[in-house]
Design a protein around this ligand. Structure first.
Ligand SMILES: Nc1ncnc2c1ncn2[C@@H]1O[C@H](COP(=O)(O)OP(=O)(O)OP(=O)(O)O)[C@@H](O)[C@H]1O
Length: 262
């Protein structure tokens, strides 16, 4: 195992005293008696842009669920914003953007209504004040969806839909954006613009955590790569990932998997 980023250091290797966004220590987990992830220790700090990569079935979604407290480790500990992940209850701090496919169920509501939901953790189910609507409108503007505000979500392209869900996260003033293969089903022309949006949100201090199968996009945009296949094969700067033998070891192939963005 090549864990270049032990739990008490940042991805640049310097000691950090800030509150971590995510911290896993010695985490083992299996749905049955066989382990799906083993001995996972990592720390994600505020403002990082990290991508989890790995072959199909390597445990990426499971790791994400452990990070977010949706699953509890069999061994070890998982913390979210300093609290045990399974006890963390301030959902407004986390914006989750699922794969296009899982978000494709019928939603006969408009983009603005989706984004408005981001204010619910702040206002309960009461009426939104004018300042809340300003936040909703700013979020729509940030993701370039103002012109589509009154369009039904079902009428959007894959990329537009993902932008609407990112706007919902912005409206909730999330510190952490978690995206599970966000460009699945997004047309090629929109993928680069989508990554540009993630880059600019990260520059605005939002922590970005991505599960991604497009290794070219990952090495181009993310700052940190966590390469997983049950255990961590690589955790470090994206620029070093391409040169590392971890890619071939984790994926079990010497084929060029870094062919660039689709
Ligand atoms: N709810 C579940 N119950 C039992 N086994 C599961 C469950 N969810 C996932 N698994 C198994 O755990 C392993 C890891 O799955 P996981 O979805 O975490 O991998 P992944 O890397 O995200 O896969 P993919 O790239 O195909 O989405 C797989 O063998 C999968 O079949």
């Amino acid at each position: 195992m090549n864990t270049q980023n032990p739990a008490n250091t940042t991805s640049s290797g310097t000691a950090s005293s800030t509150e971590s966004v995510i911290e896993l220590s010695g985490v083992d987990f299996g749905y049955t008696s066989s382990p799906v992830v083993e001995d996972i220790s990592l720390r994600i700090d505020p403002g990082e842009y990290a991508a989890v990569v790995g072959p199909n079935g390597s445990g990426k979604s499971t790791l994400m669920k452990l990070m977010l407290g949706l699953l509890r480790p069999d061994e070890g500990s998982a913390r979210l914003f300093g609290e045990p992940s399974h006890q963390f209850d301030d959902g407004s701090r986390i914006g989750y953007v699922a794969q296009h496919a899982s978000a494709s169920k019928e939603m006969p509501i408009t983009v603005r209504e989706v984004v408005k939901m981001g204010r619910f953790p702040h206002v309960g189910f009461g009426r939104l004040a004018s300042e809340d609507w300003n936040i909703v409108d700013r979020a729509l503007d940030t993701v370039g969806m103002t012109a589509f505000a009154n369009r039904r979500v079902t009428q959007l392209s894959g990329g537009q839909r993902q932008r609407a869900f990112i706007a919902r996260a912005l409206a909730s003033e999330a510190d952490l954006l978690v995206l599970d293969e966000p460009t699945v089903g997004v047309d090629i022309e929109s993928v680069e613009a989508f990554y540009d949006l993630l880059d600019s949100l990260n520059q605005d201090d939002i922590t970005v955590l991505l599960i991604e199968h497009d290794l070219g996009a990952v090495t181009e945009h993310a700052e940190r790569v966590i390469c997983l296949n049950r255990e961590i094969y690589f955790d470090g700067p994206a620029s070093e990932f391409a040169e590392s033998d971890a890619l071939a070891r984790a994926f079990g192939t010497t084929a060029n998997l870094l062919g660039g963005s689709r």
